[in-house]
Write a protein that binds this ligand. Structure first.
Ligand SMILES: CC(C)(COP(=O)(O)OP(=O)(O)OC[C@H]1O[C@@H](n2cnc3c(N)ncnc32)[C@H](O)[C@@H]1OP(=O)(O)O)[C@@H](O)C(=O)NCCC(=O)NCCS
Length: 199
């Protein structure tokens, strides 16, 4: 009996079984996620069930990655018990040649809300922005949320949004006292934001 030939016959069977198992394992675990996918998932979950279309926020961030005003170091995630559950983005905006920041979106996965994650994203994000030399931040959002962090209606500073928004929903904060002194007019936002605000 020629044992060598019998073993050759088993080789394809071996590959078939182990190849199949590898494919099953890959499908079960899912394809590896990129950092962009992780951010997508957080925002889609955070905004689910809110008045905004959840996917729109994730699409805005995807579009902003390509924009010259995107700042990688101010695109921040937050972990809770080792799991990445929150995200915040600060993007460069301009007024009278002064570079400021737009906050948004900020989102925390629903299961992990009301645990202080959003607060640390906003406050630590602002501290980091200040360290990088930015003097102020503007946001389009819920005044009940943002006034907790010291935001005031932008109209109090004589500064306007370049899109239609109720006065109380467009707010600013000076990271450096007096930062908005002598500044007035309409902010310049990346086109992606303007398109987002139209929808
Ligand atoms: C808004 C959001 C980011 C807050 O994150 P969070 O981790 O739940 O918030 P925190 O636990 O850190 O709470 C921070 C403070 O904000 C308050 N707060 C949280 N969500 C709020 C809301 N929707 N409206 C008003 N206040 C809110 C908390 O009561 C807390 O106040 P306190 O310090 O006086 O107790 C989160 O709830 C979320 O992702 N919501 C859906 C997406 C969204 O609406 N994003 C903002 C759009 S601009």
């Amino acid at each position: 009996m020629d044992l060598g030939n019998n073993m050759n016959f088993l080789v394809p069977i071996f590959y078939f079984i182990f190849g199949g198992l590898a494919v099953l394992y890959y499908k079960r675990k899912g394809a590896p996620k990129t950092p962009e996918d992780v951010v997508d998932n957080i925002l889609k979950d955070a905004f689910k069930g809110t008045e905004k279309d959840s996917h729109k926020e994730a699409e805005l961030v995807r579009a902003l990655y390509q924009n010259e005003n995107f700042i990688k170091d101010l695109s921040l995630t937050a972990k809770y018990k080792g799991k990445t559950v929150g995200y915040i983005l600060f993007t460069k905006i301009k007024i009278n040649e002064e570079e400021l920041l737009a906050l948004g979106p900020v989102g925390v996965m629903r299961r992990f809300q009301k645990k202080g994650v959003g607060k640390s994203l906003i406050t630590q994000g602002q501290q980091l922005a200040k360290k990088k030399g930015f003097k102020g931040v503007f946001v389009a959002g819920d005044p009940n949320l943002f006034k907790k962090f010291g935001y005031k209606p932008a109209s109090e500073f004589g500064i306007k949004a370049p899109f239609e928004i109720p006065d109380e929903n467009f707010m600013g904060i000076e990271l450096v006292p007096g930062a908005f002194d002598g500044i007035s007019g309409t902010l310049e936002y990346p086109q992606e934001f303007l398109d987002f605000m139209k929808n």
